[in-house]
Design a protein around this ligand. Structure first.
Ligand SMILES: [Zn+2]
Length: 389
């Protein structure tokens, strides 16, 4: 397979309907082969760009001639069971899984959106092997792994996960829930998710419909009458969900949830901004876990530049990116007396951060340096993921 990510399209000569079918099959197959998480079909004024998201980064794979654009999009819509004659509305569907190499693919969601240059299509791929990882296989440091096991054993409290979209939070939550179900098979575990991404055997999983009747707050209120012991809320997005969730964590439920925030201290303050009282935060939150995924240097082509430091190069194995696969970096803050006192005293972000620093907290960059030092990733990659210019 060619490595160049900006080569002339080899599909330019395709004309007929059969060719478009083969072309789309080929692109879908290639995406699975390289474990892409998303395929983008982006129309411009002159062509249809095809991009794969590999290890979190978009790479241009093909530039198809504009003349093929309508047929390619129409074929994708047929596969996704969408209305081919409606080009003016957003549509969402699923592409039924089939074909060689697809055993590992559990879901292919397709979303079509009209733009001024034509319809833009994104296909999201979900893989079985990644979502089935056990807690001890995720790559947490020994300290964090031990803390997570401690939380899993609790009967109440809240574990809050933070990090931007695509930082592996769902995979971690699923692994913690599986750990709970494995060690305490009788515990009643219920999840509320939008959408349900990872199937967890033994858990009751509920799909939220944020625009319909089944919103996070309504579902959560009814659910608490179903006697759950362990609750997972896919994400806290609003004050009402936060309030009901925190109360659940205070009244004999173990709650696992996620929130968008850059740091553990930031997540704690965000709860206060949502109207949760400081004493509710300090008495319900057991710990905050902040995580990111950094790209792993491709073992086949990485170049040694110092004793244990390597640079990305690019080869056939890694689609010319120099990276293949991703590894987790994380930091975890358990609420101790000092931190509780500071939150009750309405400390700001800076004060909370400096308190953590003075207590010897290992932040996410320190965890990342461990991987740079071991030649697993690069400082550049770490800086990019952690938002350091
Ligand atoms: Zn490589």
């Amino acid at each position: 397979m060619s490595v160049s990510t900006h080569r002339e399209s080899s599909y330019g000569h395709h004309k007929g309907a059969q060719d478009v079918v083969a072309l789309v099959d080929d692109l879908l197959g290639k995406a699975v082969e390289f474990a892409a998480s998303d395929i983008h079909f982006e129309p411009t004024s002159s062509e249809l760009m095809v991009k794969f998201r590999l290890d979190g980064v978009l790479n241009t794979i093909e530039r198809l001639p504009k003349s093929l654009s309508d047929n390619v999009v129409a074929r994708l819509k047929v596969l996704g069971g969408l209305l081919t004659y409606r080009n003016d509305i957003p549509q969402e569907g699923r592409i039924q899984v089939s074909g060689p190499g697809d055993d590992d693919v559990i879901d292919r969601r397709i979303a079509v959106f009209p733009t001024i240059h034509g319809q833009r299509v994104v296909v999201r791929l979900l893989y079985k092997s990644r979502s089935l990882a056990e807690l001890n296989q995720l790559g947490f440091s020994g300290d964090i792994f031990a803390m997570l096991k401690g939380i899993a054993a609790k009967n109440q409290g809240v574990l809050l996960l933070t990090g931007p979209a695509g930082s592996g939070k769902s995979t971690t939550l699923a692994a913690v829930l599986r750990q709970i179900l494995k060690n305490w098979p009788g515990r009643s575990v219920v999840t509320l998710e939008d959408p349900v991404e990872i199937r967890i055997d033994g858990a009751t999983q509920v799909q939220i419909d944020p625009h319909g009747q089944m919103t996070f707050p309504t579902a959560l209120r009814s659910l608490l009458r179903q006697d759950p012991q362990v609750l997972m809320i896919g994400e806290i997005r609003d004050a009402e969900t936060a309030r009901i969730g925190i109360e659940a964590g205070l009244t004999g439920h173990l709650l696992l949830t996620t929130m968008h925030s850059g740091t553990p201290a930031g997540a704690l303050l965000r709860l206060l901004e949502m109207g949760i009282e400081p004493y509710q935060v300090t008495s319900s939150i057991s710990a905050v876990l902040n995580q990111r995924l950094v790209r792993r240097l491709c073992d086949n082509c990485k170049k040694r530049v110092a004793s244990e430091l390597f640079e990305p190069v690019g080869c056939d194995d890694c689609f010319g990116t120099g990276y293949k696969g991703r590894v987790l970096i994380a930091e975890m803050v358990q609420l101790d007396g000092q931190l509780r006192k500071a939150i009750l005293a309405k400390a700001d972000l800076e004060e909370l951060e400096s308190l953590l620093l003075s207590e010897g907290h290992m932040n996410i960059l320190v965890d990342g340096h461990r991987l740079v030092g071991d030649g697993i990733t690069t400082q550049d990659e770490l800086n990019k993921v952690c938002g350091i210019a």
